[in-house]
Design a protein around this ligand. Sequence first.
Ligand code: PEP
Length: 248
Amino acid sequence: MRMRYIIGNWKMNGLAADLEKIIQISKLSNRTLQPDLTVVVCPPATLLPGAGEIHDVSIGGQDCSPYEKGAYTGEISVSMLKELGVTYCIIGHSERRAAHGEKSSIVARKADVLISAGLFPIICVGEPAESRNRDDAIGFVTRMARESLPQSDGPFLLAYEPVWAIGSGRAASVGEISAMHDALRNLAGPQTPLLYGGSVKPENAGALAEIRNVDGFLVGGASLDPETFIKIAAQLNEAERNCERASV
Ligand code: PEP
């Protein structure tokens, strides 16, 4: 039995009333999911204080500072996240790489800072459409991943999120994800959970969850509706049961 992960990235969505949705996710997950699935919700920073008090669902940040404290206006340090009960943190999301010039070397530093505080980094990597069209996706992503990985030995999760698939309604194909995740498995080793993200929804989650080196999903838009999110999660459970049946 291997651990699988479903991680919801709410991005800049959600006001205080939406904490109710995390409570709903926690109840639905308790009622319907197997315990070998870790459920993580990453709400905006303003909701972390309330979210950290909700049981049975892990809470993640959407970014953190590579520095511990000081003159970094607007930044949030890892200790600040930790104090709120946060245990995971997305870093290197393509929206931050594009809009905030976040380089892989900074992502690697953030990963090290998170690991040294005992939090799990969720390191995002993915190619733009031009690189996919040039047939250079695997080279591009493995390079980005190599430069974004922590120096320290601690555990992290690696999420493959093709930029062209995020929010577009068009997920990468089973073949594209298989080839990429096999390459990332070689790079990151057998213990690193590998997630796929980019237009995952209940309609495609079953097929994507069956891919050999897919250990879970990072879900954006579809994570904002608790029932939809849990429907996706249930398919990861189902894929794991199929995997166990096949190995007997
Ligand atoms: C994301 O932004 O991490 C993401 C996967 O978004 P979506 O599921 O909406 O494509």
